[in-house]
Design a protein around this ligand. Structure first.
Ligand code: ADP
Ligand code: MG
Length: 252
């Protein structure tokens, strides 16, 4: 099986700051891949390089072995690169349903192909119902997004990304600001995305519990460089990692 996402020798500088240096790793479909490292290590920069917000200075990025290094971000999104943001980005005055629909391309289509779109809309609604049942929220989709608790909004960010049927989903710090029950729910949702939807998930998270719990593979960054990669067992016993990261502050 080919990786769904592959980075090969990716570099990015901001002025004198090296944010990514020769970064190489790959993510297999249907797996959760952790991206960890101290603050400023370059984690969010990598997500921005993968989603096309930034362009790599050097190196290449492949989606399902297609070179996407120079493809603009809106096209990458259509090709299957989904993402969530550290702080949920919703239209506060719109209802929950419409906010979730906005993540898909259904609402950008023009009036032709109506029957095709009607079918797509039906699929969207049934998939939404399925995901809402999975989350077990007791909410009304017609309510304003602002009626939701922060933790619910963070979970809906992931749902919104999933509704667009990504092949790769970039998830930046989903556990920040959540309580333990909500963190468990996020882990279940990400497992579901990987196992059932076969999405390749790239997960940035400071909670080592979460990372060690749900990742098949982990990449560790320090000053823009990959200092280790491997399974949770390999990473937790890696000397360089303990020195650069784990040993210094176990739950940064
Ligand atoms: P992390 O997400 O691991 O905390 P970042 O990727 O946000 O780290 O940042 C990595 C380095 O790149 C930091 O030194 C940061 O200040 C710098 N950086 C990130 N984005 C920019 C930018 N748009 N302009 C200038 N410097 C940036
Ligand atoms: Mg960051």
């Amino acid at each position: 099986m080919n990786p769904i996402l592959r980075l090969n020798g990716v570099c990015k500088n901001f002025g004198g700051v090296v944010a990514a240096e020769d970064v190489t790793f790959s993510v297999m479909p249907g797996t959760i891949h952790g991206l960890i490292g101290p603050n400023g290590a370059g984690k969010s920069t990598l997500m921005n390089l993968i989603s096309g917000i930034y362009t790599a200075d050097k190196g290449s990025i492949y989606l399902d072995e297609q070179d996407i290094t120079h493809i603009p971000s809106h096209k990458r999104a259509r090709m299957g690169i989904g993402r969530t943001f550290q702080t949920p980005r919703f239209l506060q005055r719109s209802n929950i349903h419409d906010n979730l629909l906005l993540g898909t391309d259904l609402c950008h289509q023009v009036g032709y192909l109506r029957s095709f779109l009607a079918r797509r809309q039906k699929d969207f609604e049934s998939e939404l119902q399925e995901l809402m049942q999975f989350l077990d929220f007791s909410i009304d989709l017609d309510d304003d997004i602002s009626s939701l608790a922060y933790g619910q909004q963070k979970q809906l960010e992931i749902v919104r990304a999933m509704l667009a049927h990504p092949r790769v989903m970039l998830v930046d710090e989903p556990a920040a600001g959540l309580n333990n029950k909500e963190i468990d729910d996020v882990m279940e949702l990400l497992r579901y995305a990987a196992n059932e939807r076969k999405i390749g998930v790239l997960l940035i998270e400071h909670s080592m519990d979460m990372i060690m719990n749900i990742c098949e593979e982990i990449v560790v960054l320090s000053f823009g460089k990959v200092i280790a990669q491997g399974t949770p067992e390999q990473i937790s016993s890696n000397e360089a990692v303990i020195e650069a990261y784990l040993g210094r502050d176990n739950n940064a």
